[in-house]
Design a binder for this molecule. Structure first.
Ligand code: ADP
Ligand code: MG
Length: 468
C-alpha cells in the first residue's frame, strides 16, 4: 500500500530527524521498544503515515506517545496535525489520531472501538485513564536520597492504600521543575493499577482543563464531574496551571471538596508551594491542611546514583569518570541531567563513536555553559598558578619574564573562554591591567594554539582541572 519510492527525500529526512528527536527525548529503551519498530510511509497533506509491525505497538504508541510523537514531528514539519499508523498486515485497518479527536486515544486500546460510532466515542470521552501514563515512571526506577525521601515515602503511602485509612487525605508535592514530581505521581497511578482495585485517575492540570472545557462544550459536564468524583484516588499534576478565579479553578475546588468529604484521596504536584498557589482560599486551605512535602535539588551522590541507574536502564556502557563528570557539572535538575545523558547516547550511537570526554564536551556544550558561568576569575587564577607552580603576585606583577608572562596570558585566555566577564573585568583581576592588554594576551594564545601542540595540551588540562 505504501511505496517508499513515492516519498521525496525531504519527507524521509523529516522522519529521520523526528527519530533522532524522539531518541534524545525518550531515551534508548523507550525509543527501541516503540519507535524503532515504526517505519515511515509518507507525508501527505497534514498527515504523517507510519507503519507498525503489530497492533499492540500501534495502539501503545498512539495511546501513550501521541502528543510526544506529534511534537517531535512538528519540530521538522509544523503543518502536520494527524498521525496515521497502519499495520504491516495490509488487511488491517489503520488508526488516525489528531489533536481534535484525541478521544480516540482512549479507545484505540481495543480494536472493536475503531468501528464504533461518534456517539459512543463521545460517551467514552472521559476515559483517559491510560493516556498519559509513562511506563518508565515506576517506584522501582525512582532513586531515593535525602532530598526526595519524604516525597517518595508519602507517594508510596498513597499508592499502597495507607492514605485511604489515614485521617489525612490530601498530599501536595512541590519542587522546582525536573525533580521527579511527575515520576512519583505516575508511579502511584501505575502501582495502583497493577496491585489493587482502587479507581485511580491521573490527569495533568492541562488535561483537566481540556476535558473540562470539552465536556462543557458537548454538554457532558455532569458526566465529567461524576467520573472524577467516582475516583478513589485522583492525581493532578502541575496544579499551578489551574489558577485564578475562572470556571476551571472553581470546578477543581468543587471536585476537591467532594472527594475530601467522601474520604477519597487527592494527590497533587506543583512547582510552587501551596501558599503560593493562585487559587481560591477554599482549595488552598484544603491542600495546606493535608500533607505537604517538597523535593529539594539532589546532591552530587544522588545525581550520580540517578545517572548510573538511567545508564543501567538503557543498558548504556559509559565510563564512570564520564558519569562523575556529568553528575558534577549538570546540577540544575534531574531532567537536565537525564537529557544530557540521552543526548550523549544518541550522538554516540548515531555517529557510531565511543563516549569519551571529547564527545561529552562537544555534545554538552549548553549544559556546561551553566557550569561555566559559575566559575570565578579567582578560581582560574589559582588553578593556573598551581599548574605552573608560580605565585599569584608574580602573575599579577608587571614582570615580563617568560615564566610569568606565559601563565599570565593563559590565565587571561581562560578567563575569557570560561566566564562571561569583560576584558576590563579580567584586566582588573589580572593586576589592574587595561582591557587592551587582555585582548593582546588572548590573541597571542589564540594564534599560538593553531600550531603549538604542547600549548593545546596545557589548555585542555587546565580546562579539565577548572571545570572538573
Ligand atoms: P517534575 O515533574 O518535577 O518536573 P519529572 O518527574 O518530569 O520532574 O522528572 C524529570 C526526569 O527526571 C524524569 O525523566 C524522571 O524520571 C527523572 N527523575 C527525577 N527524579 C528522579 C529520581 N529520584 N530517580 C530517577 N529518576 C528521576
Ligand atoms: Mg512534572
Amino acid at each position: 500500500m505504501y511505496s517508499v519510492k513515492t516519498n521525496s527525500e525531504y519527507h524521509l529526512e523529516t522522519w529521520q530527524s523526528t527519530q533522532i528527536e524522539l531518541r534524545t527525548k525518550l531515551g534508548e529503551v523507550v525509543y527501541k521498544n516503540w519507535f524503532e519498530k515504526l517505519s515511515f510511509s509518507k507525508l501527505e497533506n497534514e498527515a504523517i503515515h507510519l507503519t507498525a509491525p503489530t497492533r499492540f505497538i500501534r495502539d501503545w504508541v498512539l495511546n501513550n506517545y501521541f502528543q510526544t510523537l506529534l511534537e517531535a514531528v512538528n519540530k521538522f514539519a509544523p503543518s502536520i496535525s494527524e498521525i496515521v499508523i497502519g499495520l504491516n498486515d495490509q488487511k488491517a485497518q489503520s488508526v488516525t489520531f489528531n489533536n481534535n479527536n484525541d478521544s480516540v486515544g482512549g479507545l484505540a486500546r481495543n480494536d472493536s472501538y475503531i468501528s464504533k460510532n461518534v456517539e459512543q466515542e463521545k460517551m467514552q470521552m472521559c476515559e483517559f485513564y491510560d493516556f498519559s501514563l509513562d511506563p518508565k515512571y515506576t517506584f522501582d526506577n525512582f532513586i531515593v536520597g535525602d532530598s526526595n525521601i519524604l516525597a517518595f515515602n508519602a507517594a508510596l503511602n498513597a499508592a499502597n492504600g495507607n492514605m485511604r485509612i489515614s485521617s489525612i487525605k490530601t498530599l501536595y508535592i512541590h519542587s522546582d521543575v525536573g525533580m521527579g514530581k511527575t515520576h512519583l505521581l505516575q508511579s502511584i497511578a501505575s502501582y495502583i493499577r497493577a496491585n489493587n482495585n482502587a479507581k485511580v485517575l491521573y490527569l495533568s492540570a492541562e488535561r483537566f482543563m481540556h476535558l473540562f472545557l470539552k465536556s462543557l462544550k458537548s454538554n457532558q459536564l455532569i458526566d465529567f464531574k461524576e467520573r472524577l468524583k467516582s475516583c478513589d484516588i485522583l492525581l493532578v499534576d502541575d496544579l499551578q496551571f489551574i489558577c485564578g478565579k475562572n470556571a476551571t479553578a472553581f470546578e477543581f475546588a468543587n471536585i476537591l471538596t467532594a472527594l475530601s468529604e467522601s474520604n477519597k484521596v487527592v494527590v497533587v504536584a506543583a512547582d510552587v508551594s501551596p501558599f503560593q498557589l493562585n487559587l481560591e482560599t477554599r482549595s488552598k486551605s484544603r491542600l495546606i491542611g493535608g500533607l505537604v512535602v517538597d523535593i529539594t535539588p539532589p546532591d552530587f551522590d544522588l545525581r550520580l546514583k540517578i545517572i548510573e541507574s538511567k545508564c543501567q536502564i538503557q543498558k548504556a556502557n559509559i565510563p564512570s569518570n564520564i558519569l562523575h563528570n556529568l553528575a558534577k557539572n549538570v546540577t540544575s535538575s534531574v531532567r537536565e541531567l537525564e537529557g544530557a545523558l540521552n543526548k550523549l547516547i544518541a550522538h554516540s550511537s548515531l555517529q557510531n563513536i565511543d563516549i569519551d570526554q571529547q564527545l561529552v564536551k562537544r555534545v554538552l556544550k549548553e549544559n556546561y555553559q551553566s557550569a561555566i558561568v559559575k566559575i570565578g576569575l579567582d578560581q582560574i587564577l589559582k588553578s593556573v598558578c598551581k599548574y605552573f607552580n608560580t605565585e599569584i603576585e608574580d602573575i599579577l606583577s608587571k614582570s615580563r619574564l617568560k615564566k610569568f608572562a606565559h601563565p599570565r596570558q593563559i590565565a587571561a585566555y581562560l578567563m575569557k573562554e570560561l566566564t562571561n566577564k569583560s576584558y576590563a573585568d579580567i584586566g582588573k583581576a589580572l593586576g589592574n591591567r587595561d582591557h587592551a592588554s587582555i585582548i593582546y594576551f588572548t590573541k597571542q594564545i589564540e594564534s599560538k594554539l593553531t600550531s603549538c601542540e604542547s600549548l593545546k595540551i596545557e589548555i585542555e588540562q587546565l580546562k579539565d582541572i577548572i571545570c572538573g
